[in-house]
Ligand binder design. Structure first.
Ligand SMILES: Nc1nc2c(c(=O)[nH]1)N[C@H]1C(S)=C(S)[C@@H](COP(=O)(O)O)O[C@H]1N2
Ligand SMILES: [Mo]
Length: 332
């Protein structure tokens, strides 16, 4: 509500990461699903929750949970990946999970207000506020933006459930945005406002942080951290494990904003690469890959995996949030 700021329950910046070898189920159970918040957790109660839809709309509206419950309810299973620290965009944290979200389509909510002809972006605001500890900057809310075309896509939800249970407060209860195909940072938790605008939001977490420097035609450009780049992780064998000599099944998960078409495995520290078998993508989920390996020598070995997506984008070797994962183990 304008002017009435939601108090914070705690001001603790928080993140948790599940190691790849524990992500051994197609659907990540909620207790193994990572959590990230930059400013802490706001003190939101379901009864008091309101969502404003305003800006370039035909009529500004204000919704409560009963209005959300009255819209068609849908589920989307999707991979959810954190882009990592916005201050270290080239570090790979591999903070990821594959979960089922339930709720309503963002487009159905926007249509209640009517999208104005000049609207190009949807700004999404969370109720959390306060200091972002790594830089000391005071943020008066967590504000992100989406291109309107993505916002109107069927897979983008205002979620009220996670893995079939009511969303818990750490994951953004009572209502959060979920943007399959885009990095987790865009999936605003504790959502309180959707605003249609002709330009990008000028928030700290939109146009200052979370923009990658890139060079395009010799000119330096800044690219919003939106679409997920191809990525893959080895689930088994685990890093630093000992595997017996003899046949060994190497397997893991691969994903990207578009389907992954190839995963290659190296068992010799990146000198040679061979194709793994990759399952087809279902919806917005990650894809399983498997590779049968019979080690030829015993002792320390290094495995690596590398995904290529349907647009031909391939994981870089180093220096990116999605750079190739390498894993050391010992063959006994
Ligand atoms: N309101 C709000 N939404 C937020 C954040 C936040 O700090 N505040 N963190 C974002 C980041 S960086 C990620 S990766 C995801 C994490 O979602 P999860 O904790 O449900 O896994 O939430 C995003 N949404
Ligand atoms: Mo994140």
């Amino acid at each position: 509500m304008p002017g009435s700021k939601v108090p914070m329950k705690d001001n603790q910046r928080y993140n948790s990461t599940t190691p790849p070898h524990e992500l051994d189920e197609y659907r990540t159970p909620t207790d193994k699903f990572f959590v990230v918040h930059h400013l802490g957790i706001p003190d939101m109660t379901a009864a008091a929750w309101r969502l404003k839809v305003d800006g370039l709309v035909h009529r500004a509206i204000d919704l409560g949970l009963a209005d959300i419950a009255a819209l068609p309810q849908v589920e989307v299973e999707a991979v959810h990946e954190c882009a990592g620290s916005p201050l270290r965009p080239t570090a790979a944290v591999r903070r990821v999970g594959n979960v089922v979200w339930g709720g309503v389509r963002l487009k159905d909510v926007l249509q209640l207000a009517g999208v104005g002809g000049d609207a190009e972006y949807v700004w999404a605001r969370g109720a959390d506020s306060g200091v972002y500890p790594p830089t000391g900057r005071d943020a008066d809310s967590y504000l992100k933006d989406l291109p309107l075309r993505k916002a109107l896509s069927d897979e983008v939800l205002l979620a009220t459930t996670l893995n079939g249970a009511p969303l818990d407060e750490r994951h953004g209860a009572p209502v959060r945005l979920v943007v399959p195909g885009f990095y987790g940072t865009n999936s605003v938790k504790w959502l309180t406002e959707l605003r249609l605008e002709a330009s990008r939001a000028n928030g700290y977490f939109t146009t200052e942080l979370y923009n990658d420097a890139a060079v395009q035609g010799g000119v330096e450009v800044r690219r919003p951290v939106w679409e997920v780049a191809p990525h893959s992780i080895i689930v088994a064998p685990a890093a630093r494990s000992h595997v017996p000599a003899g046949p060994c099944r190497v397997w893991g998960w691969a994903w990207s904003a578009v389907p992954v078409q190839q995963v290659e495995i190296s068992v010799d520290a990146g000198r040679q690469w061979r194709n793994a078998v990759v399952d087809a993508r279902e919806g917005w989920c990650w894809q399983r890959f498997t590779f049968d390996w019979t080690p030829q020598v015993s002792g320390p070995q290094q495995l690596a995996c590398r995904a290529t997506d349907a647009n031909g984008n391939v994981q870089p070797d180093s220096g990116a949030r999605n750079h190739v994962m390498r894993l050391d183990l010992t063959v006994d």
